[in-house]
Every structure is written in C-alpha cells, then in structure tokens.
Design a protein around this ligand. Structure first.
Ligand code: NAP
Length: 353
C-alpha cells in the first residue's frame, strides 16, 4: 500500500487559534497552476492581524510572500517547467499560502527569479511591492491612476512632488540589496516624481535617499511643522500623498498637507474626515481582486524579473528566522510588538524540524 505524500504546514486549526506546525497532504496543481517547493517566505503585518482577528474558514494556512522551485505543472501550462526558480504573491490562503513546504500558484501571476538573486531576496518583495504598485498605478478609486512605468522607464511625472508618509515601512520602501523597504519610493523614482519627500525615523535617512527619496523628515513632526519643512523644498502644491502607515494620526497629516484636488492613498481604512475637494483611495493589494488583475498579472508574469535584473527594483534587507515554519510565530509576534525596524523577516519552510 502506498500513502499520499505529506508535507509540514503552519496551520490555524480553529478560529482565533494559535499557529501550530502540522502534517497535511501535498496539493495537486489544477489546470493552469503550478506546485512549488517553498524555499523562502517573508512575513507581513497582515499575517498576524488575520490570526488575531480570526479566520472564518479553518483549518487554514496563511502567508503572502514566497519563493521556490516548480516541482509539478498543471495541464495547459506552457510558460513554466519543472525546476524553474520562481516567486509569488499568494493568490489566496490555504493551498495558495506561503507558510507550508509545498504551495500552489497560478502560472499567470508567477514571476521567474532573475539569475544571481536568491530565494530570500525575492521573497521580501511581493505584497509590499503590490501595495505600492496598486496605490500608484491602479485607476481611482483603487489608486492614484497614473501610468505604470513601461519597459524603458517613464518620467511622465517629472517635476511632480509626492509625499510618502512612513518611509520606514516595507510598503513605503523596497530597498537595495543590503536593505529593505519602501516600494513607493522606488516606484515614485521610476515614475519620475520629484521631489520625493518622506517621513521616517531619521536613522533611515541615508538609505531612503539611496532608494530615491530627495528629502527625509522626522516621522514625529506634526502637520504644521512638516508643512513648513516641505514649503522650503517646493512651492508646488502636493497633489499626491501616499500614507504607508495609515494610522489616524498619519491620515490626518496626509489630509492636512494634501493640496486641493489632490489624492491621498491609504493602506488601512479611512479614519478621518475628508474635505470635498480632496480624494482618498483605499488600497487593496490582494492579487486576485478583480480590480487588480489587469495590473498585477503583467507586473509579475512579464515585468518584475526584468525590473529586478536591471536594478530598477531592489530586494529588501532581511533576517532569516531559525526553525523553519516553527520560527514564524515568534517573528510575527515581534512585528506585532513593533520590534522590527528596517528589516524583513524571512523563514525557510524546508528547515522545519
Ligand atoms: N491595504 C493593503 O492591501 C495592505 C497591503 C500591505 C500592507 N498593508 C498595511 O500597511 C501597513 C504597513 O505594512 P508594512 O508591511 O509596510 O509594515 P512594516 O514594514 O512592518 O512597517 C513598520 C515600519 O513603519 C514605520 N512607522 C510606524 N509608525 C509610523 C509613523 N507614525 N510614522 C512614520 N512611520 C511609521 C516604522 O518605521 P521607522 O523604522 O522609520 O520608525 C516601522 O519600522 C500595515 O498596517 C499593513 O497591514 C496593507
């Protein structure tokens, strides 16, 4: 008698239950999909938030960002083959989630890892990158509605200022080889915005400037002080504010500094009053929401490998958690306690004891 092949996964077995490492069957890829051996995952705030909020359908598996090897291709897949090294923004929880040793992915949203880059490096990118990409390039009301950069890099927004609140966050950054974070700053640079003004802990100043920020101000400044600093940098109206933190305090600063007719992008729900002459866009970065498919499929399937290979988008700095899947809950607890700064946490599911 032969038994089904098994794998280890980080399970949530009941609503509001803790993460536990368990053993489950390995998935079979349906038509158009791939089975990946997951080599590296990265952790995101949504992972601990979902566990704390309570997932409706249990048991389940979480985790948004992963990289690995194609080990099986579903019927009809012609663009990938066994052995390809790829990375992914998870299409869903469960079979498609990151925190397991083998996971499914849709070939249409899967990206090839460019030569010379590690699983760890590229696993730092997807959700933070998608959030920045959707916020900048999706149509309003989903994003600012500016044109995404083409293969040659566009400078459509040359001379247009942008303010990025929370340059220290992953969404805001999207660092270089040695660092991590701030997708918005890197993409804003690609799109030609200038000046690119950001707020952060000032210890990140040199790094954020290396990504493309032109001016970095202390994240503790209030609206009036920040507006005074910005007035010394540009006299142009601030038509775009990307709030990569979106706490009520930063939303209020964003609304105060935004010029009449401008747009404020939020990564969390709106929590402040908005005057009629200003527009707020609430970003939903999930890869399979209908409003994102036209934007994110081409980004991952066709563009991102080239952007990384050419150095336009740089992976983020990271720390590898010991213990494989068993090390992930401790990493999520550190994120919840706001004890991770300027660094992406990465796990290796194959190293699970
Ligand atoms: N809507 C969506 O689909 C979506 C997708 C992804 C993420 N999100 C949300 O976006 C938020 C950011 O996610 P992330 O992955 O970028 O988080 P993260 O990397 O964990 O961000 C942490 C950093 O935020 C900075 N920060 C915290 N409070 C700040 C403040 N008041 N002003 C300026 N900077 C502040 C700190 O930077 P310093 O080191 O500079 O102090 C801290 O290191 C989370 O709430 C997440 O849930 C939403």
């Amino acid at each position: 008698m032969t038994s089904e092949p098994k794998q280890k996964a980080l399970l949530i077995e009941k609503k509001l239950g803790e993460f536990v490492v368990g053993e489950i069957d390995i998935w079979k890829p349906p038509p158009g999909q791939l089975l990946l051996r997951v080599q590296a995952v990265s952790l995101n705030p949504v992972d601990w938030k979902l566990q704390k909020r309570g997932v409706d359908e249990v048991p389940t598996i979480l985790g948004r960002d992963f990289a690995g090897d194609v080990v099986e291709v579903g019927e009809g897949v012609t663009d990938f083959q066994k052995g390809d090294r790829v990375f992914v923004q998870a299409a869903d929880v469960g079979a498609y989630a990151a925190f397991q040793q083998y996971a499914l992915t849709l070939s249409a949203t899967t990206a090839k890892i460019p030569p010379g880059f590690s699983y760890d490096q590229v696993a730092t990118l997807p959700l933070a990158l998608s959030t920045a990409y959707v916020g900048l390039y999706n149509n309003t009301p989903h994003g600012f509605g500016i044109s995404p950069p083409g293969p040659g890099i566009s400078a459509d927004n040359a001379g247009t200022p942008i303010l990025v609140l929370g340059g220290g966050s992953s969404v805001a950054r999207l660092g270089n080889y040695l660092s991590y974070r701030n997708s918005v700053i890197q993409l804003a640079k690609l799109s030609g915005f200038s000046p690119i003004i950001t707020t952060a802990s000032l210890k990140h100043t040199d790094f954020l400037k290396s990504l493309g920020a032109t001016h970095v101000f202390d994240r503790n400044l209030g609206s009036t002080e920040l507006a005074a600093e910005i007035n010394k940098v540009t006299t142009k109206p601030i038509q775009y504010v990307f709030d990569a933190i979106s706490l009520p305090s930063t939303q209020k600063i964003g609304i105060d500094i935004l010029a009449s007719g401008g747009k404020l992008a939020l990564v969390l729900q709106l929590a402040v009053d908005v005057p009629e002459d200003k527009t707020v866009v609430e970003i939903l970065a999930r890869s399979r929401v209908p409003s994102n498919i036209h934007l994110l499929e081409p980004l991952y399937h066709d563009k991102i490998s080239g952007y990384i290979a050419n150095g336009y988008i740089k992976p983020l700095t990271f720390e590898v958690l010991p213990g494989g899947l068993a090390g992930i809950p401790g990493g999520l607890a550190r994120m919840e306690a706001d004890a991770v700064s300027g660094l992406k946490l990465v796990g290796h599911p194959q190293e699970t004891p």
